[in-house]
Every structure is written in structure tokens, then in C-alpha cells.
Design a protein around this ligand. Structure first.
Ligand SMILES: [Zn+2]
Ligand SMILES: [Zn+2]
Length: 159
């Protein structure tokens, strides 16, 4: 992981803003997240979290699942998954070596700093799709991870 600086950081701030704009569309009761994927200064995919097909749920699925439920408990497609699918549909040739930016909004719709990577669903999906780097806004600043590193860290995470 390395902290972005200079022009690279300035660009990243703008892409994180774009991800925040996407996050505002999230229809989840629990969290609002957004993601954009960038290759050569072009946004090639965007996504926000929402239940599959954007179907509006009356309640959060997570609350009705038993403790021993085995798979991912979130009701939603994750923002990163959506951004990757968007890029696969519209710019599949540009995915290899691209950079994914992720942001989460708080209850007031303000950008929230990320902690350590933990979502192996998205880390695996990103790696498999050929995304080269992953950017999070953290306490230290805007941090870029190699996607291989991001995936390894996600598997090491213990909540
Ligand atoms: Zn949800
Ligand atoms: Zn995820």
C-alpha cells in the first residue's frame, strides 16, 4: 500500500467524489457505497450498492437471516461488483490494469474513511476481472493497493 501524493492525489480526490455521487443512489438500509473504475483518465465503470435488479426491499434481508447463515449476509450487490459489471459491459478491453476507487457514505451522506480491506467477494472479483489497483480513503490519506495485496489483506482481516 502507498499513500497517493501530488497530482495523483488530486485526481484521486475527484474520482472519490465521483464515487460519492454514485453512492448517493444506493437504496440499502444499512450502507451507501460507491465505486468508479478508471483507466487512462477515463471512467470505464460506475456502481453503487443495491439489491439485485435494484428491487426495493421493505426490510434489510440481513436482519432476518439466522446467525449460522453461511454465505454473504448483505442484501446488496456491492458497489465494486456493480462497477466491474458496468465496465465489463461497456469497456471490457480497458479493465486490465485499471484502478478502482471506493467510498462509503455515513448516515448524513458524508464521505466516511475506510478501515482495513475485508470484503473478499470484491477483492476476488476485482482481481479476477484484471483490475490492477484499489484506492481507499483512509485516516492516512488516499491509499492505493495492488489488487493482489488487497485480496491477501482481505483474507487476513479478522473483525
Ligand atoms: Zn444492502
Ligand atoms: Zn464487497
Amino acid at each position: 500500500m502507498r499513500i497517493l501524493s501530488g497530482e495523483e492525489a488530486q485526481k484521486a480526490v475527484r474520482y472519490i467524489e465521483d464515487a460519492a455521487t454514485a453512492a448517493a443512489y444506493a437504496s440499502c438500509f444499512r450502507s451507501k457505497c460507491g465505486s468508479v473504475i478508471v483507466k487512462n483518465d477515463q471512467i470505464i465503470g460506475k456502481g453503487y450498492n443495491a439489491p439485485p435488479l435494484d428491487v426495493k426491499l421493505e426490510y434489510c434481508l440481513k436482519d432476518s437471516l439466522p446467525l449460522n447463515f453461511k454465505s454473504d449476509k448483505t442484501c446488496c450487490m456491492h458497489a465494486e461488483q456493480r462497477a466491474i459489471m458496468d465496465a465489463l459491459q461497456h469497456h471490457p478491453d480497458k479493465l486490465p490494469g485499471s484502478r478502482l476507487y471506493f467510498i462509503r457514505l455515513d448516515e448524513q451522506g458524508q464521505k466516511k474513511k475506510s478501515g482495513d480491506p475485508y470484503c473478499t467477494i470484491c477483492s476476488k472479483f476485482s482481481l479476477d476481472a484484471g483490475i490492477g489497483e484499489f484506492v481507499l480513503w483512509r485516516e492516512e490519506g488516499l491509499c492505493v493497493y495492488d489488487t493482489v495485496e488487497y485480496n491477501e489483506l482481505s483474507f487476513k482481516f479478522r473483525g
